[in-house]
Design a protein around this ligand. Structure first.
Ligand code: HDD
Length: 702
């Protein structure tokens, strides 16, 4: 039996009783897969029973009914029917990768956390990025906050920093989290819109909760449409505590700063990207890691004491506020590198369970009421999502340091210790584990006293000052994007009263912004400003809050879309590709046909995208190197005209061959500006890539 090939060659007749070769039996190159002989493992059921035929269910006769007795069919179908687990109630769409955190500046004076005792210490890390509102299958470029959740497998247990790419939050008290999320998710009666805040319920809720206004400014800014997960900052958001070996505490806020700098797309690109490549962010992360271009962030901390907290304009326990970097500088203490994609998306990215309660000795919580509530919610949700209390037995969630406890049994228990002792204290000789008062986790000895009341502290009452500071710290281009985003979103709101209520808040943030939005909406009469609980104050501009003021000035890690046709000048193409490579970028070739083109020197150049699958929104800059005949062909193709028109409209730098002008004209792009370089040789190619380091030619649109 073992010597007989289990799969036979294709039968001539599809109607024959002989089983026919299934397409799945062919490899990608068309070669026939190995039959289960030699080194190829034989297929079995989950019980280990060898399977003889995985194509046909067991029937009474070739055309007869399927038999219940078919153990292989029933087991296969039963397992398939149970493949899904509940998606996360928020942050359902996410993408993870492995890496490490390396300490670059030891801080034993601040914290006793083992990790930070010595420069050069490294711990494994797993990071999951996510959007918040959309379900698991929603597109990557939704206007939304991005989750930035980091699990560090330290020698003292797992430390999770479950943060976002925005340093403030919508609400101050965890009590309001279900309401916030209900309001942004699809409306309950109609089940839409998906992955969007542009609807009545969201704007109704936030306009009734003025504490949301600071975060609303951030979400309407370009921060909410990052170009890549690699090009965004991350924040722990809350104020945490460092505790040193003497038991002394300092306040700390955590920051992740991307090595390649920040970058966002423009809204019109995001809208197109969501259709052109709904997986744009995850594909980008996967490709970067697979090509050895490992994404990296600096870990920074803002450390401050009670004296600062007492004099700061806001309460450091209020998660709707940040501390400007100009006030408390960020000290860089480590680097986070992602150098390995997952082996299995479900096992790792889907099953990873972050909990804000996962901290290690040397780190502690504060009384931030949002953080306190989160500490309940995460553990609770994992139990539901992963089916029981043993989710720490799943490898991605298990600590990588030794661990010993008496928690036992339950669904799917994988760690089942031997021996008699399962309680403590006990008299058995191997009766450990025992608690270690010195090395064990200790909460900071903080005096806590107060009346038992449901109240919001008066110190949380200023809802507009930081929103104003954020808006006024942006460049003109960025301010325009915020106004446009508000107009776009509020134009999707059906109830005029809700739109007007939002504008009434904007009046407390910035008059000019309120005017721009009112004008964009076509609002006839300006509403009265909302009554602020506390009169907003003017804070100094904080340049660090702007993306464009902190632009990367490099093309490293970025992508050029190169549109070519048959007969394109081989020297220009070669020179440009070399220049991009030298700058640390990549080139994706777009052509009328995916097998590519024949260049002027007779050599072929393979394409990665056919023109209608490679719109210019996929790229940071574009080049159109075409022959005259090629340009004439492209003129007739809508996707080619759109490639040129969109690149122009999105303020991208463009490199052109002489002949490309005809395509631009046909696309309605009659301007020739300084964001365009007509190439005639290598020198221009280098100059063009240097210009691309600015990422956009904003003068074109501002
Ligand atoms: Fe949350 C997931 C970040 C407030 C309750 N949250 C979740 C994830 C991130 C954040 C990144 C995805 C983790 C992953 O990739 O698996 N959440 C935040 C930040 C907040 C915040 C930065 C404010 C500072 N969250 C917040 C509150 C609550 C929750 C106030 C409830 C009281 N969050 C959850 C949750 C989730 C979650 C329901 C859903 C899936 C999960 O936990 O694992 O428990």
């Amino acid at each position: 039996m073992q010597d007989e090939p289990l799969y036979r060659p294709t039968s001539d007749s599809q109607m024959s009783n002989e089983r026919t070769e299934h397409p799945a039996e062919r490899g990608q190159g068309g070669e026939l897969h190995q039959t289960p002989r030699g080194d190829t493992p034989r297929m079995t059921t989950a019980q280990g029973t060898p399977v003889s035929d995985d194509q046909n269910s067991l029937k009474a006769g070739a055309r007869g009914p399927t038999l219940m007795e078919d153990l292989h069919f029933r087991e296969k179908m039963f397992h398939f029917d149970h493949e899904r687990i509940p998606e996360r109630v928020v942050h359902a769409r996410g993408y993870g990768a492995h890496g490490y955190l390396e300490v670059t500046d030891a801080i034993p004076e601040l914290t006793s956390a083992g990790l930070f005792q010595k420069e050069g210490n490294r711990v494994p890390a797993f990071v999951r990025f996510s959007t918040v509102a959309g379900s698991k299958g929603s597109p990557d470029l939704a206007r939304d906050v991005r989750g930035f959740a980091v699990k560090l497998y330290t020698e003292d247990g797992n430390w999770d920093i479950v943060g976002n790419n925005i340093p403030v939050f919508f609400i101050q008290d965890a009590m309001k989290f279900p309401d916030l999320i209900h309001s942004v998710k699809p409306e309950p009666d109609r089940g839409f819109p998906q992955a969007q805040s542009a609807h009545d319920n969201f704007w109704d809720f936030v306009s009734l909760m003025p504490e949301a206004m600071n975060m609303v400014m951030w979400v309407m800014s370009d921060r909410a449409i990052p170009r890549s997960l690699r090009f965004m900052e991350g924040f722990g958001v809350h104020t945490f505590r460092f505790v040193n070996a003497e038991g002394e505490g300092t306040f700390v806020k955590f920051h992740w700063k991307p090595k390649l700098g920040m970058q966002s797309v423009v809204w019109d690109e995001a809208v197109t990207l969501n259709g052109a490549d709904p997986d744009f962010h995850r594909r980008d992360l996967w490709n970067a890691i697979q090509s050895g271009d490992f994404p990296e962030w600096e870990l920074g901390v803002q450390v401050f004491d009670d004296a600062f907290a007492d004099t700061f304009e806001f309460d450091v326990l209020d998660a709707t506020k940040l501390i400007p970097e100009e006030q408390v500088p960020v000290r860089i203490i480590g680097r986070l590198v992602l150098d390995r994609v997952v082996d299995n998306f479900f096992a790792e990215t889907e099953q990873v369970a972050f909990c804000t309660q996962n901290i290690v000795p040397g780190i502690d919580f504060t009384d931030d009421p949002l953080l306190q509530g989160r500490n309940f919610s995460y553990l609770d949700t994992q139990t539901k999502r992963l089916g029981g209390p043993n989710f720490t037995h799943i490898p991605i969630n298990a600590p990588k340091c030794p661990f010993h406890h008496f928690q036992q049994d339950g669904h799917m228990a994988m760690h089942n210790p031997k021996g008699r002792a399962n309680y403590e204290p006990n008299s058995w000789s191997q009766g450990g584990p025992r608690a270690a008062p010195k090395q064990g986790f200790q909460s900071i000895a903080e005096r806590v006293q107060g009346d038992k009341r449901r109240v919001r502290s008066e110190t949380f009452a200023d809802h507009y000052s930081q929103a104003r500071q954020f808006y006024r710290s942006q460049t003109g281009v960025e301010q325009g994007h915020i106004a446009n985003a508000l107009v776009f979103e509020l134009s999707k709101v059906e109830v005029p009263g809700i739109r007007e209520r939002v504008v009434s808040h904007l009046l407390n943030i910035d008059d000019g912004l309120a005017q721009d939005v009112a004008e964009g909406l076509g609002l006839w009469t300006m509403p009265k400003a909302a009554d602020p609980a506390r009169t907003p104050i003017d804070l100094p501009v904080s340049d660090k809050l702007s993306i464009l003021k902190n632009g990367p000035d490099r093309f490293e890690g970025r992508k050029l879309g190169l549109l070519v046709t048959d007969g394109a000048d081989a020297d220009l193409v070669g020179g440009l590709m070399d220049a991009v490579e030298e700058a640390g970028g990549t080139v994706e070739v777009v052509a009328p046909k995916v097998y590519g083109v024949t260049l002027s020197n007779g050599k072929t150049l393979a394409a990665q995208q056919k023109i209608d699958g490679g719109p210019s929104v996929l790229y940071d800059a574009v080049a159109i190197i075409v022959s005259e005949d090629g340009a004439a062909d492209l003129k007739a193709m809508h996707p080619a005209r759109a490639f040129a028109a969109d690149a122009y409209a999105h303020a991208k730098f463009m490199a052109l061959s002489e002949a490309a002008g005809a395509l631009l004209d046909a696309a309605g792009v009659t301007d020739r500006d300084d964001g365009m370089t007509v190439l005639s040789g290598k020198a221009e190619a280098a100059g063009f890539i240097k210009a691309c380091c600015k990422l956009r030619y904003w003068d074109r649109v501002s």
